[in-house]
Structures are given as C-alpha cells and as structure tokens.
Design a protein around this ligand. Structure first.
Ligand SMILES: C[S@@+](CC[C@H](N)C(=O)[O-])C[C@H]1O[C@@H](n2cnc3c(N)ncnc32)[C@H](O)[C@@H]1O
Length: 329
C-alpha cells in the first residue's frame, strides 16, 4: 500500500532538534496524523528503536503506519487506535515506556481538506467534525440540540468569539426554519450574525467553527487528561516508579490556539518550577517566517518541550545490532 495523502509536519526541524531522537530510543506519537513527524523521528531511531503511533482517526493511523514502515523498515512499530488521553494507561498496561513523546494537536490537512469530514467552511459537506468517526455526537447534532444559552457559551468558551450571543440567536432561529446539516449553511448563518468581512485574511466564521470542533471532540478535556498523565509521570520518576515516560524522557506539545497553549504553559511551568521537570528550549518555539510562507497552516503553532525529572539528561544510548528494544519494562 502506498500512502498518498499529504500533511506537512509543523515545526519539524525544531521538533527534531529539541526532542533529539537517538538510535535505540522509544518514541510515542500521541497524534500520528499522516506520520510526518514520526517518519523523520523513526529514521533517527534506527537501529534498535521503537515507534508507537496513536491516533483517534483510523484512516490517518493506517496512513501513518504505511509511511513510517516505508521510511524506517527496521524499526519496531506499534499502533494504538484511540484518544491520546487513554494512551498513557494503554502503554503502561502493555509494559511500554517512551524516551520521547509528541502531541501535535488539532487536525491534519487530510481531515480538513475532505469535505465529507465537515471541518471546512471552504467546501460544503455534512456538518460532522468528528475526528473519531465512532463518536456518537456530530457537530450537526450539537447545533440541532443545544439551547441558545448553551450554544452561546460553547462559542464564547471555545471560540473566544465576542459575538457568541448574536450567533447563537441566529442559529436557533435558522434551525427552527430548517435543520442546519451542512458546513455551508452553518457558515452562512454564522456570517449573517457578524459584520461583513472587509478584506480580512481570516473568514469571520473561523472562531465558531473552531468552537464547534473543540466541543465535538472534547479537545480541551483530552488535552487536560494528557497533561495530567505527564504530570503523574514526573511524580513516578521522582519516586523511582515506572510509568509510560522514562525518567529523562522528552515531551513536546504543539498547540495551535491559546485555549490549547494556556494549559500546556501552565502545567509545564508548574512542573519546571517545582523541579519535577526541566524546560527544553527557551519557553516556546514558533515557526519561522519561511515556514509560515511555505505552510500558512503553521502560522499559529507553538511548541513547548520539557524533560521529565530534575536536571535529568537522557541517557545516551547506542544500540548494538540485535539489542532488545528499550522501553519494554
Ligand atoms: C496535526 S495532526 C498530526 C500530524 C502529524 N504530526 C504529522 O506530521 O503527520 C493531528 C492528529 O491528531 C489526531 N487527534 C486529534 N485529537 C486526538 C485525540 N484526542 N487523540 C488521538 N488523536 C487525536 C487527529 O486525528 C490528527 O490525525
């Protein structure tokens, strides 16, 4: 099988430099996507390394697997389909521990560009927005069933949209006439509640689309669970107990908006100030002008990286051919 779909990995050079993958290490990709980051990291883990791919979207996970296998045939590859909030427990149950982990939040180009997934207001399609196609509630279900107050709160909390109340009122009126089932109709109703866009680079419906996507996929809840598990891994390292992250493991998170970046900044900041982790790099890393010009979707990305444990530097490891994969505890 050959993978065709494309997703340009964001902040790739910065991820490689800050995570610093070495032969023999175990890498856990919480959001495999199309394997853009995983492919480049996998190449640097040979010989003897392992890659754990996780994604909630089975189509993306399958493509990532194909791409990583093709790029690094000698690597040990393990896949998990599911929410990254559950990955730490699944790794611990399997007796696996990572030296490197990355969560590149949000959605991939393949998801955004497929009108059937309902993420884009540029192309019409069903108002779906489920990253995990097995979730029971779609975006259309939420728009059709929440009260006006609930819709306003959702748009305000997850879209930081000042006109949330006006938009919610319009949505409730419009759905009384006809159910809102497509992205085009949803965008049209949202735009009708806002002043006309005058040469703006960003569509006025963007914040409301983001809000709905975050709600459908419980994106902030999932991220908070992951941060909790990173924090717990720091505690385990301090007590000398095993967890899904080895002492000295390097963990990076790429956030695309302030609602995601704020909890990452807060928890990483707490862990470093308590001496339970150390900061890798200087605060956060943003894409260069050059990267943004080549990939405008990267423009809002922020990468934060920590290392688990106080002053812990990763143990240099040169795997000899035939070495057992590390991380199996
Ligand atoms: C920005 S893409 C990752 C791209 C990837 N780093 C690459 O270079 O190809 C985000 C991926 O995370 C997945 N995802 C989003 N939320 C998730 C969650 N809570 N659990 C697991 N996967 C999730 C999406 O399905 C999507 O494939």
């Amino acid at each position: 099988m050959t993978a065709h779909a494309r997703h340009i990995p964001v902040l790739l050079d910065e991820v490689l430099s800050l995570l610093d993958p070495r032969p023999g290490q175990v890498y856990a990709d919480c959001t495999a996507g199309l394997g853009g980051h995983a492919v480049e990291i996998a190449r640097r883990l040979s010989p003897g390394g392992s890659v754990i791919l996780n994604d909630v979207d089975p189509a993306n996970l399958a493509l990532a697997e194909v791409n990583v296998r093709a790029a690094a045939p000698g690597i040990r590859l393990i896949t998990f389909l599911g929410n990254y909030a559950e990955l730490p427990a699944r790794l611990e149950e399997a007796g696996l521990a990572a030296d490197l982990a990355l969560a590149d939040l949000g959605f991939s180009s393949s998801q955004m560009d497929d009108p059937q997934r309902g993420f884009s207001f540029m192309r019409d399609g069903p108002l779906d927005m489920r990253l995990d196609p097995s979730l029971p509630v779609s975006a259309a279900d939420l728009v059709g069933s929440l009260t006006e107050g609930e819709l306003a709160r959702l748009i305000e909390d997850f879209g930081e949209e000042p006109a949330a109340r006006r938009i919610a009122r319009k949505l409730v009126r419009a759905r009384a006439e006809h159910p809102i089932l497509t992205t085009a109709r949803f965008a049209e109703v949202v735009r009708s509640a806002l002043p006309p866009a005058r040469g703006q680079a960003v569509d006025p419906a963007t914040r409301t689309f983001q809000a709905l996507r975050i709600a459908v996929n419980d994106e902030i809840g999932g991220l908070e669970s992951l941060l909790y598990r990173i924090s717990a891994a720091c505690g385990a390292a301090a007590r000398g107990e095993p967890s899904w992250l080895r002492p000295g493991a390097t963990v990076g998170i790429i956030a695309f908006h302030s609602l995601e970046d704020r909890p990452v900044k807060r928890i990483f900041g707490e862990l470093t100030s308590q001496g339970r982790a150390s900061e890798v790099g200087d605060g956060f890393t943003r894409p260069s002008e050059r990267e943004i010009a080549a990939n405008p979707r990267a423009r809002s990305a922020r990468l934060r990286v920590i290392r688990i444990g106080r002053d812990s530097t990763p143990t240099p490891h040169r795997a000899a051919p035939g070495d057992a994969p590390r991380g199996l505890v």
